[in-house]
Design a binder for this molecule. Structure first.
Ligand SMILES: NC(=O)c1ccc[n+]([C@@H]2O[C@H](COP(=O)([O-])OP(=O)(O)OC[C@H]3O[C@@H](n4cnc5c(N)ncnc54)[C@H](O)[C@@H]3O)[C@@H](O)[C@H]2O)c1
Length: 261
């Protein structure tokens, strides 16, 4: 089914303001576009200027306002500048999707300090900076939705991916920890854990038909995931339909972790 043919749940996010990080490509871009289709205004960021500009144009073509900014999520200053600019442009913010992330394929014994820092800083520290920057506004409003993109790799280990595993496990527990800390507020904090999704991050692996087939055999739904699959779960968790879902991880993996447990 193409995006156009899918039933539209339509205006769940009319005039809500959503920040999506890592929105220049893949899951982040698709998530931002699905929010725009359902009426949200967007503040998007990434380190890739060209991809970010393409996403912004697509959002504006849908008739939604879009603030876009080059932000390296490892920079507290840049993260806080985006949150401040969002508040100045839209007057509020309702939703944060921490999607920016990076992969790692180095056997543990050969892992350099610099690579450890790169993976942990993008996948964990960036999430910390963003969650901390938006929470005062969400607490003042007594309303907010945070969706952190983790991975099935937060609960199962992958060969050569030990520090990616570490980072996504930390992101999963950060999600749970914040959920407890915002007790009493109408703020929901959850994670979406993708399985194998065809994006720039996985192109080297999944672009190879033999490797893709190897994964497909291990996925009960017998297909590689699409960014649309992940974005749909993010929007559900960011919607008011999910207001009693809190501190959990929704795995969107075609059943892949069922075969690993
Ligand atoms: N593709 C998969 O199979 C898969 C599986 C599990 C989890 N994930 C997670 O999904 C998220 C999105 O990844 P994707 O698959 O769409 O890959 P992607 O490479 O298409 O998108 C990641 C985006 O994050 C941006 N980014 C990287 N470092 C950044 C930084 N320091 N500051 C700001 N932006 C930065 C990249 O420029 C890119 O646009 C990541 O957190 C990834 O770990 C992906």
């Amino acid at each position: 089914m193409t995006q156009e043919e899918k039933p539209c749940r339509c205006h769940r996010f009319e005039d809500k303001v959503a920040i999506v990080t890592g929105a220049a490509s893949g899951i982040g871009r698709e998530t931002a576009l699905q929010f725009a289709r359902e009426g949200a205004h967007l503040a998007i960021c990434d380190v890739s200027a060209d991809g970010l500009a393409e996403t912004r144009q697509a959002i504006e073509a849908l008739g939604r306002a879009c603030l876009s900014m080059l932000v390296d999520v490892r920079s507290q200053e840049q993260v806080e500048a985006l949150v401040q600019a969002t508040l100045e442009r839209f007057g509020t913010l309702d939703i944060l999707v921490n999607n920016a992330g990076t992969g790692q394929f180095v056997p543990f014994a050969f892992m350099e300090n610099e690579e450890y820092d790169r993976v942990m800083d993008i996948n964990v520290r960036g999430m910390f900076f963003f969650c901390r920057a938006v929470l005062p506004t969400m607490m003042d409003n007594d309303y907010g939705k945070i969706v952190n993109i983790t991975s099935i790799m937060s609960v199962v280990a992958g060969q050569g991916q030990s520090i990616y595993n570490t980072s996504k496990g930390a992101a999963k527990m950060m999600t749970q920890g914040i959920a407890v800390d915002v007790s009493g507020y109408h703020i929901n904090v959850n994670a979406v854990g993708p399985g194998m999704v065809l994006t720039g991050l996985t192109q080297n692996m999944l672009g190879d038909p033999d490797q893709a087939e190897w994964f497909i055999e291990r996925i009960p739904q017998r297909r590689i995931g699409l960014p649309e699959d992940i974005a749909a779960a993010v929007l559900f968790l960011a919607s008011d339909e999910a207001s009693y879902i809190h501190g959990t991880t929704l795995f969107v993996d075609g059943g892949m972790i069922c075969t690993r447990g």
